[in-house]
Design a binder for this molecule. Sequence first.
Ligand code: NOJ
Length: 781
Amino acid sequence: MRLQRRGRYAWPASALVSLIAATTLVTGSAAQAAEVAEVVDPAANPSVETRCPWVGSDAPVEQRIDQLVSRMTLDEKLDLVHGSAVPFQFVGPTYAGMISENPRLCIPRLGLSDGPAGVGNGHTGVTQLPSPMALAASWDADLASRYGATIAREARGKGADVVLGPTVDLLRDPRAGRSFETLGEDPHLTGELAAAQVGGIQGEGALAQSKHIAAYNQETLRNLPANDSIVDERTLQEVYLSPVQDVVDAGTASVMCGYNRLNGVHACNNTYLLSQVLKGQFGFDGFVTSDWFATQASHAAANAGMDLQMPGGCHYGPRLRHGINSGAVTTSKLDDMVSRILRPMFRFGLFEREKNGSPDDVVTGPDHAAVAREVAQKGMTLLKNDDALLPLGDDTGSVAVIGDAAGERVIGSGGGSPHVIAPEIVTPHDGIAERARRAGADVTFDDGSQAGEAAGAADVAVVVARKWSTESKDNKDIRLSDKDNEMIRAAAANPNTIVVLNTAGPVEMPWLDDVAGVLAAWYPGQEYGDALASVLYGDSDPGGRLPATFPVSQADLPAADKDRFPGGAYDEGLAVGYRWYDREGIEPLFPFGHGLSYTTFGYSELEVDGDGGAGTTVTATVTNTGERAGSEVAQLYVAHPESAGEPPKRLEGFRRVELEPGESERVRFELDERSLAQWDVDADQWVRGAGDYTLSVGGSSRDLPLTGDLAVADEMPVSEPTPPPPPGAPKGDDPAWTKIGNVARCPVESLYAGMIGAISLFGLPPGEQATRPPRNPTDEG
Ligand code: NOJ
């Protein structure tokens, strides 16, 4: 069964967006057009060279920016710092956001397109890649770069300039609706893969917009005052901001601020976050965009460091003009905002580039499908494989494929803005039937209603279970539906039962002891069935390793307490993911980093070389000790001296290797300044504390056969301190009366800002979240 997917993807928010955007357009455009027309009539001066000397110029980017900014009128500057309504999705899928072109000054229009898992926003003719969580399970930075490059090629093919991704939010709690969109629970893994993705996106000439800063880890009540992440400074710096620093170091052109408040101040007008840390401490020189309808202030947001309002422009149109005129926002501040947007536009050659992509173009193709298949395969994580039931061989005479998620209720892509429409999804049933035919096996399909019978009649049963996850609504638990649990229990009457999990992330497995095998497939994109069959039959080794801990029970989660999730108290502190299970002595069901191969690996010869600072290396030998070729992910963890107050260990390096039987490879991890350091809240900087560090290498966070020591004699600062707030920046949130003013002056945007939060209580209507699969996404918890 190959599922054809056609027609319009309709996310009600798009319509809301259109409405608000249209509203803002009406308010600002007429006056602006008049002013521009008065300044110059482009037709009267047709020479671009004379009119716009910054186009095609060899002058340094900063000089070109200065030249252009000095020619801009106030209204032209204001036009550049907010979205325009024109392209929005009344008329069909276009881009998530748009800055209008300025023909007078030869500034091209800027199209911003979702997102982190492929081109979204209702476009068809694109590749439905596996979810970022599946990518994270590959632990493969090179693949992450190609994943980014694929998205960027398609985004540009559709005529967009900015890719709204990668997502650098951590998986703090697997109940989070956007968990499939994260790169897992670990800051180092997330940072490395996101940085590689940025490289891939920008290598194809699109601007990456890394999102969302910071500590945006839930949907419940997002964008409302109640969604306040209370995070201590050390946790913020070491855990949630660490991947942000990585994407900044990788040159991300832009960053999106999130819907949440951070320590009482909305992320999009948070001076500490945007100006002191992102632009100061990290040295970010690109632009900060508000998440859609996340702008809740005008003067305070600009002064705090937010550069671009999306998707409309009340706060950064008329309200910001008022701020400039009244002196609440300085002209040099506005010039800085404008310059930050123009900087990557110049760097990426947008002024010189001919736009030839169009939303109607088909941009997917066999090369991109191959990337989708590779990610799906390398992300498939084999958690259990009793008696080496897998891989299936030619001696398997019959396979029963069970579960409606193996057929028409397959989940290729999660819901909301990261949703991507597949041209066609290869279902598990399709993929297995095709591969089994070549192996001479019979395949039967049952939707789950006769699971016991179907399983009992076959040599091997493959049972596919699913759990839906979407932006806009958190899940209330990490349990499969009762129906799916019963289906698995019924199928388990056959001792040769393999469970395939089509889920966003970790789920409980109350039937684990009854089944022979479990394979986490995540949301694996359009090539799902082929990738699955290839892994089940051993044409490829199951490449995945867990990017997130699977707990025995939801009660074991680090943020199980409702004050933490969705309450917003981040008082588990540094103990995110496996760090929590290690610190609390809780045995996980499957630990972070775990994943089985069809072969076995040995580790030997650990060498540590250096003083613990940047350039320190750790090397180890990995040997394929089994009979088949296979892949392994060697992982390096660091235990800090007890006095440092860290959780028992932190991932600080990983290397994926593919080895033939008997083959060995020396893997080398290079430390950076932060690997052996802690955030010092008094000094506001990273410090490498004195003491004995232990470096361990192995195949999962709970299987580390090699350990070495490194002594740091003297404590030493390893970064510059966070700078103080810039002059004029707000110290906290706007006072209540100003907030009331913000709402009163931008009532339509404020209404939509509130609706973003209200929707999280109910979820979007199932039929409209995605008219593609899954067809009925909210029928289970
Ligand atoms: C809201 C989401 O939070 C963000 O990630 C996305 O890029 C924008 N909508 C645009 O669709």
